[in-house]
Design a protein around this ligand. Sequence first.
Ligand code: FAD
Length: 581
Amino acid sequence: MVADKKLSAKGGGWLLEQTTTPFTPEDFDETTRMIQETVRQFVEKEYRPVAQAMEHGELEHNVPLLKKAGELGLLGVEVSEEYGGLDLPKTVSTVIAEGLSPTGGFSVSYGVQTSIGLLPLVYWGTKAQKDNYLAKLVSGELIAAYCLTEPQSGSDAMGAKTRAELSADGTHYILNGTKMWISNAGFAHLFTVFAKTSEGLTAFLIEHDTPGLRLGGEEKKMGIKASSTRQVFLEDVKVPVENVLGELGKGHKIAFNVLNVGRYKLGAGAIGGAKLALGLSAKYARERVAFGQPIASFGLIQQKLAEMASRIFVGESAVYRTMGMIDEALSSLDKANAAEAVLAGIEEYAIEASIIKVLGSEILDYAVDEGVQIHGGYGYSGEYAIEQAYRDSRINRIFEGTNEINRLLIPGMLLRRAMKGELPLFDAAMKLQKELLEPSFDEPEDKELSQLENLKKLALAVLGLAALKYGKKIEEEQEVMAVAADILTDIFAAESALLRARKLGGGPYADMAMLYQYQTLDRAQAAALSILPRLAEGDEMRVMASAARRLTRHDPADLVEVRRRIAAVVLEADGYPQPRA
Ligand SMILES: Cc1cc2nc3c(=O)[nH]c(=O)nc-3n(C[C@H](O)[C@H](O)[C@H](O)COP(=O)(O)OP(=O)(O)OC[C@H]3O[C@@H](n4cnc5c(N)ncnc54)[C@H](O)[C@@H]3O)c2cc1C
């Protein structure tokens, strides 16, 4: 093992120890499966009939659809029963996000309502604020929007220019500014708006008919066309002091914490979207004939189907492993202090939330891109569903923190934890030094786990070297941070898949996990070698480079055969071969 086995596997802990039994979708309980089925029926019965109309601009269908979702209990999964919610584990909310992914733009309307729209109130609302709004948001009677981004500040959220001045009599704030890209704006009743007071960024609850609040026109977007996205103009908007949400000057806590929640749901939704793309592609490949045979019989098409399936299995495993960790942390919480404790529990796994946001959105983009390719010219036609899936997918790398920002957060959070003494990462990196100089060449008992352990050593060595060379200035070395993020993401993903495949008893899932792991080893080697000359010089650099090669070494395998086997299973299942419990 890399480090002390007694460490508890908290956020980032997997880098220092091995998790043997991750939570997987096969562990879903009865309630989760029931909700999964409810969502499936909702998509078929409620969404399908209006899907095309919504896609062509009839955005008003969002409102009754959200209401229907409310009637089915789908808006209150993370809300206490006191306000009409179901108060279920976070896994359930990700299962819903995954299930709604075929609804494109509507899944964004739903996501905004139930995450960034409603959760600030759940976690920071006063009793009076909750009494006023929460039950109505859970039923879908009220619709919520979240206004953080501005024309001149997105990633740099703290650079917001919207101002909130306290009135002379101290009874209300007067807000002025412009918010940009606000989802649900066209039909929202309640806007959570972030503005600067003299104390700093602060959140305000503003009702849609408050004088001075005005909407821009609908943005002409590339995808998720069924969702509403508008600018929100605030001109001398008077907001009673009672509508300040959370503490004055502490708006950043709200803004950043709810994004964490959004990230793991986005990861799950992206995997759902990738499954849809694979299903469409497998069916098309079976039916389309070229050169006298179905294109599914061609090696290059099979290769794409197999890659899609393998990455989906990996992404799905990483998403639900994370959800298992979060729900386990939350299940032991002191309910008396629920909101704070839940936030702390979620924050604990912020590293994993960023990992699955990046991983999921990039798996999705790969899947829809290859999906279009498998469809040939028809993939470029609006008549085929894969075309919409391709356009809808692209936003996922941009919102909930761009993938660049999330890549910086992944090693950034790990290093910050290590510096605070919360994660014994530097001890582990120090212990490694000796081993890297005097490698052992014993044949490992468990080759695949040993490869993962070696990858963890490589990640630790890179992080250790980077921290040593740059200290706190490491955050300015973005290219190094992104390489570290990619190695860490691949490790978490490959390990999640391998452990799940073993739990499933191997079969095609062992192939999928193995395919990804081989690619991870190759990618990690190239990535590490690309930045080592920036982290070390001369002999030290050469020793580290040779350690990087050794730690990622593996015998070549016939991956062509592996992919063909996976493709055969995909074609038989007409899509992603969902493992059965
Ligand atoms: C359809 C849609 C719906 C949205 N819904 C909402 C909503 O409901 N509410 C809301 O508040 N916002 C919403 N957003 C806004 C979204 O969150 C932002 O677009 C996103 O955060 C990126 O900000 P930006 O567009 O200003 O890009 P910028 O922050 O200007 O980024 C431009 C590029 O620079 C990169 N970059 C920026 N900073 C750094 C850095 N420090 N280091 C390295 N690279 C960097 C980015 O990764 C990106 O590639 C939505 C956006 C869209 C398109």
